[in-house]
Design a protein. Structure first.
Length: 99
């Protein structure tokens, strides 16, 4: 599906730039908090850009990006968390193995 509203948030090769202030947003404008929960959902999940479909690749990448989907237990058991992430992302990208 063609989503021209996505392109309003892309500027100079960067994503999630506020189209009005031209400043970097702290998070994706379509990432919405689930009411009364500490979880987030994607409001454009079925129309999301390819970069979003393939993200995240690693637990380390999620930690570095401050990903809202990362849980504290993922940081204490990164190999198990990576296996779980690979299973979740199996239809989107190849698996990634930690050393």
């Amino acid at each position: 599906m063609y989503r021209p509203d996505l392109f309003r948030y892309v500027r100079d090769g960067k994503i999630w730039i506020n189209p009005y202030t031209k400043k970097q947003l702290e998070r994706c404008p379509w990432l919405q908090r689930v009411p009364n929960q500490d979880k987030y959902t994607c409001a454009i999940y079925f129309d999301r850009p390819d970069d979003c479909k393939f993200y995240p690749v690693t637990i380390a990448q999620m930690a570095e990006d401050g990903c809202e989907m990362l849980e504290a237990k993922d940081l204490t058991k990164p190999k198990q968390a990576q296996k779980t992430l690979n299973m979740i992302m199996i239809d989107s990208r190849p698996s990634y193995e930690l050393d």
